[in-house]
Design a protein around this ligand. Structure first.
Ligand code: ZN
Length: 366
C-alpha cells in the first residue's frame, strides 16, 4: 500500500502582507524579504522528490476543500464570515501575523481539506500512511483568533470531521513543530478522546504557553502533554523525549489513529528556532511514531505539514520523512549532515536535557 501524498499547487499561491521577516514593514523596517512562511520550502520538497524519483513511490493527489459544516465544528461563524469578506476584497489580515491575499479563504479551506483527506485515507484504509502538504499551516490557530501564520485549525477540523463521520473516536496528535501547538491544545483541552502532545522549544512561540504543567482540564485532565525542551537541544534530546515521554503516552492512551503536526523548524538552520535537529532526527521521530502506530492502530499514521522556514533544509528533512513513511529506498542525503554532527550538544548539555526529561517522566509515572 503506497503512502498517500496530498498536495495542491493552489496552496502555494497563498500569500499577502507586507512583511520583512517577522516584522511588518514601516518606520525603520525596510520593505522586502517577506514572511518566513512562504511557498518555497514546500515547493522545493515536491521538486526534490521529483528529481530523486521518490515522487513515483507515492500516491500523489489533491483533495476537496473542507465544507462549511466541517469548519463550523471548530470555528465560529463570525470568524469565517470576516475571513471570507476580507478574502473577497483581495486579502488583508485578521489576528496576529496571518496575512492572506486574494482567494486566501478558498486556499485555507483547501489546505484543511488536504489534512482531512489524508486522515480519512488512513481511517478508511485506502492508505496506511499519508502526508498532507498543507499550506497555510494550522496548529497555532484558535477557533476565533488566527495567529502564527495559521488561519484555520487544519488538524482539529480533520479530526472533528472524521469523528462526525464515525470513522474514529480516539485520536492522538503529536506536534513536533518546534513551536507550541497552542491551537490544537486549546481546542481539545477539556476532551478525553483526543490526546494532544506537543514537543517544542521552551518559550519560543507563543511565549506564554506550552508548559509541562498544562495537562488539560475537566474530563480532558491528563490528555494534554507538553514537552518543552531547552534551546540547543539536539538529536539525542529529541530521541530521548520520544522514547521516554511521547511513545509511552501513546501506549497509555491507545489511539485508533495518530496524526503528526509535522513542522521542520527544529532544523539546525531554521531562522525561527534554536534547536539542532537534522534530517536524520526527523527520520528517527518518524520511525518511532510508525513503530508506535504499528503496535497500537494497524499502522494508521497521518502527517500534516506545519512550519519549517529554511528553504534549503526543509526539502531534505521532508524527503527523509517520506522515505521512512513510504519505505522507498530512494535516498537524498542531508547536505547539512557534517554541520549537524559537528554542532550536536556536549555530553554535559545532553545530561541536563536528560534530567529535565526524567523529571517529566517521573511526574507522569510511566
Ligand atoms: Zn513552527
Amino acid at each position: 500500500m503506497r503512502t498517500g501524498f496530498f498536495w495542491d499547487e493552489h496552496c502555494f499561491w497563498h500569500g499577502g502582507g507586507n512583511y520583512a521577516g517577522l516584522l511588518q514593514v514601516g518606520g525603520l523596517v525596510q520593505p522586502g524579504g517577506g514572511l518566513p512562511e512562504n511557498p518555497e520550502t514546500k515547493r522545493r520538497l515536491v521538486n526534490l522528490m521529483r528529481v530523486t524519483g521518490l515522487w513515483d513511490h507515492l500516491d500523489t493527489r489533491s483533495a476537496d476543500p473542507v465544507t462549511e459544516e466541517d469548519l463550523l465544528r471548530i470555528h465560529p461563524a463570525h470568524y469565517l464570515q470576516a475571513f471570507r469578506e476580507k478574502s473577497a476584497q483581495g486579502g488583508g489580515e485578521l489576528g496576529l501575523r496571518t496575512p492572506f491575499g486574494p482567494d486566501g479563504y478558498t486556499i485555507a479551506t483547501l489546505s484543511a481539506g488536504l489534512a482531512k483527506a489524508a486522515l480519512f485515507a488512513t481511517l478508511q484504509g485506502t492508505h496506511r500512511t499519508a502526508y498532507a502538504l498543507s499550506r497555510p499551516p494550522g496548529h497555532h490557530c484558535l477557533p476565533d483568533f488566527p495567529n502564527g501564520f495559521c488561519l484555520l485549525a487544519n488538524i482539529a477540523i480533520a479530526i472533528e470531521s472524521a469523528m462526525a463521520s464515525g470513522l474514529t473516536d480516539r485520536v492522538a496528535v503529536i506536534d513536533w513543530d518546534v513551536h507550541h501547538g497552542n491551537g490544537t491544545e486549546a481546542i481539545f483541552y477539556d476532551r478525553p478522546d483526543v490526546l494532544t502532545i506537543s514537543v517544542h522549544q521552551d518559550r519560543n512561540y507563543p511565549l506564554d504557553s506550552g508548559d509541562f504543567a498544562d495537562r488539560g482540564s475537566d474530563a480532558g485532565e491528563g490528555f494534554n502533554l507538553n514537552v518543552p525542551l531547552p534551546p540547543g537541544t539536539g538529536h539525542a534530546g529529541y530521541v530521548e523525549a520520544f522514547e521516554r515521554l511521547v511513545v509511552p503516552a501513546l501506549h497509555a492512551f491507545q489511539p485508533d489513529a495518530i496524526i503528526v503536526a509535522c513542522g521542520f523548524d527544529a532544523s539546525l538552520v531554521d531562522p525561527l528556532s534554536r534547536m539542532i535537529a537534522g534530517a536524520e532526527t526527523f527520520r528517527a521521530l518518524t520511525d518511532m511514531t510508525m513503530e508506535a502506530a504499528a503496535a497500537l492502530c494497524d499502522g494508521r499514521l497521518t502527517l500534516v505539514h506545519e512550519g519549517g522556514y529554511s528553504e534549503v533544509h526543509v526539502p531534505f528533512c521532508g524527503h527523509q520523512v517520506l522515505e521512512s513513511l513510504s519505505g522507498a529506498d530512494t535516498h537524498a542525503p542531508d547536505p547539512f549532515q557534517q554541520k549537524f554532527e559537528g554542532q550536536q550538544p556536549s555530553e554535559r548539555f545532553n545530561r541536563y536535557v536528560s534530567t529535565l526529561i526524567a523529571e517529566m517522566e517521573q511526574t507522569l509515572g510511566f
